[in-house]
Ligand binder design. Structure first.
Ligand SMILES: [Zn+2]
Length: 75
C-alpha cells in the first residue's frame, strides 16, 4: 500500500477533450465518496473514481488520472 502524500491531488488536469477548455477541476460527492473530472465550460464530466477506503486525496488523484486518460486516449 502506497503511503499517502499531501500532494496526491496535485495532478495536472488535461484540457477538456470535448471543448478544449482548460477550466477543469475535480468535483466530488462526500456522501458516497466518489470524485470525477468536471469541465466548467461545456459541463463534460467523468469517469468517476470511487473511494475504496474513504481516502479522499487518493481518490481525487485517481479521478484526475482517469480524466487525463480520457483527454489523451492511448492509440
Ligand atoms: Zn468542456
Amino acid at each position: 500500500m502506497a503511503p499517502r502524500t499531501d500532494d496526491a491531488y496535485a495532478v495536472a488536469l488535461q484540457p477538456c477533450p470535448f471543448c478544449g477548455s482548460s477550466t477543469v477541476h475535480i468535483d466530488g460527492c462526500d456522501q458516497v465518496p466518489h470524485y470525477w473530472g468536471q469541465c466548467d465550460t461545456c459541463g463534460a464530466n467523468g469517469p468517476s473514481a470511487y473511494a475504496p477506503d474513504g481516502d479522499q486525496a487518493m481518490t481525487e488523484a485517481l479521478a484526475a488520472a482517469l480524466w487525463n486518460q480520457r483527454a489523451s486516449p492511448v492509440v
